[in-house]
Ligand binder design. Structure first.
Ligand code: SF4
Length: 458
């Protein structure tokens, strides 16, 4: 099925699910309130955002230099960097690492890239065991579904759904509350960490000058994923760089406040290849640096700003469209919410994914909340413009707009009876308007007719 058809099908079913929409809206609004309180703690939030935007702009404009600096720093310390052009490259490299280290048990902690490259499906198709260790991702993986929100993957699931699933999977009680479920999952995962041969983690930031990998999380599972493993594989995209360790105090706080309304996330780990004096860290440290279409974005003049994203998820949480039909599974793209819609279309191909830019009210709430000042709603408009410039509109769409323009520029047509205008409107937009939406009621008299009646002829 074409991604746009799948998107329309998913969105239509989500919009019709009132319970889901109410639950998601309630939780996201709660998160939004927490974020506002945390942001009040900044003495000058605007300045912090400007600084972060500047640092990320500097990185993006000089990405070639910073990437090479990062690689050199990692290699100097005894680690390895692998450049993966696309998902297939990254998976092939992982296969090699697994083969070479004769790994049987693999654990992974939250990394959006694992979903992007289809890591779990790939390894399982080869008979390898891989265990998700982030609570939300663990639930979504067990359900065989993709995460809903980048920071809160299972936000749309209610307790009874999760209870039923975990009762079958790990024999937890059907009446267990949230605390009991967390405790059951923790017991289940504890041995998986001890037995892991390879721990795969994502990275929140890659520090260019020192070759450190910074990971921020609330459950401690990312740190445990590589604490006992022989090999630590970091799967990170090329846009995760920051210049120096000093920049982390700004980025850790901006990320925590915007993602979850915390002043600082509970566990903040700065790691890298093992030092000579270390006795208990993984003996092998490998960073897989993934491009997977990000260079397409870098090649654009304006939209490359989207590579500054620090994946806080705030733009999704405030987006009225996202609240109504959610993230990854609906949009059929790697990313979620407004940033996923901007990046997805350019990363995966504008012709096929141009619909992502249209699923927006362009209200600008996403731009207002972004900690690195990405001009999200205008990038969506730019993508729309680009799609038209490149001739990617459907013939029917072109015809509909041509007819609409002709109609709207003709005073006689505009003053025709409402019934004729309604009929024309329905004929033009019958398929695209959607089954669940009512057509707008066209006023009996046009503005021009009302004006003439009131003011006389003009
Ligand atoms: S675009 Fe901005 S608000 Fe959205 S996830 Fe990225 S950093 Fe956060």
């Amino acid at each position: 099925m074409h991604p746009q058809e799948a998107f329309i099908k998913e969105a239509t079913s989500k919009i019709a699910d009132k319970d889901l929409r109410q639950r998601v809206t309630f939780l996201l609004e709660g998160n939004d309130n927490k974020r506002k309180l945390a942001l009040d703690e900044f003495s000058n939030l605007e300045l912090a955002k400007q600084r972060a935007a500047y640092v990320k702009w500097k990185i993006t404009e000089n990405l070639d230099k910073y990437l090479v600096d990062f690689e050199a720093a990692i290699v100097r310390k005894g680690g390895k960097v692998v450049w993966a052009f696309d998902a297939a490259n990254a998976l092939a490299e992982l296969d090699q690492i697994i083969l070479r280290s004769k790994a049987k048990n693999i654990v992974k902690s939250k990394s959006a890239l694992c979903n992007e490259i289809g890591l779990n499906e790939h390894l399982r198709s080869k008979g390898k065991s891989i265990v998700e260790t982030d609570l939300g991702d663990y639930v979504m993986d067990a359900l065989g579904e993709k995460p809903f929100h980048s920071v809160m993957p299972a936000i749309h699931k209610n307790l009874s759904e999760v209870n039923k699933l975990l009762n079958q999977k790990i024999k937890s009680s059907l009446d267990a509350d949230e605390q009991e479920l967390v405790s059951d999952i923790r017991s289940e995962l504890r041995n998986k960490f001890f037995e892991a041969d390879i721990g795969i983690t994502g990275a929140n930031f890659l520090v260019a000058d020192t070759g450190f990998v910074a990971i921020t999380e609330n459950e401690g599972n990312a740190r445990l994923s590589f604490a006992f493993a022989r090999t630590h594989v970091v799967l990170a995209s090329i846009d995760k760089l920051i210049p120096t360790l000093n920049d982390l105090d700004l980025f850790f706080t901006l990320l925590a406040t915007h993602a979850s309304g915390q002043q600082l996330t509970s566990y903040n780990t700065i790691t890298g290849p093992r030092n000579k004096e270390d006795v208990d860290s993984p003996s092998e440290f490998i960073v897989i640096l993934l491009d997977n279409g990000r260079s397409n974005l870098l090649a654009t003049q304006d939209q490359r700003q989207a590579l500054s994203c620090i994946k806080c998820g705030a733009c999704s949480s405030v987006c009225p469209v996202f609240k109504n039909f959610g993230g990854f599974p609906t949009f059929q793209t790697y990313g979620s919410g407004p940033i996923g819609q901007v990046v997805g279309a350019l990363q995966q191909g504008l012709e096929e994914y141009k619909y992502l830019s249209n699923a927006s009210t362009i209200c600008g709430k996403c731009t207002g909340v972004c900690p690195v000042k990405i001009d999200l709603h205008n990038h969506l408009l730019r993508n729309r413009h680009e799609a038209v410039q490149q001739g990617f509109e459907k013939t029917g769409e072109k015809l509909a707009w041509f007819t609409w323009k002709k109609f709207m520029l003709n005073r006689k047509n505009l003053n025709r009876a409402a019934s004729i205008k309604s009929f024309t409107f329905r004929q033009l937009y019958r398929t695209d308007w959607g089954e669940k939406r009512e057509f707008p009621k066209i006023a009996e008299k046009s503005f021009n007719q009302l004006w003439r009646e009131k003011m006389g002829s003009v």
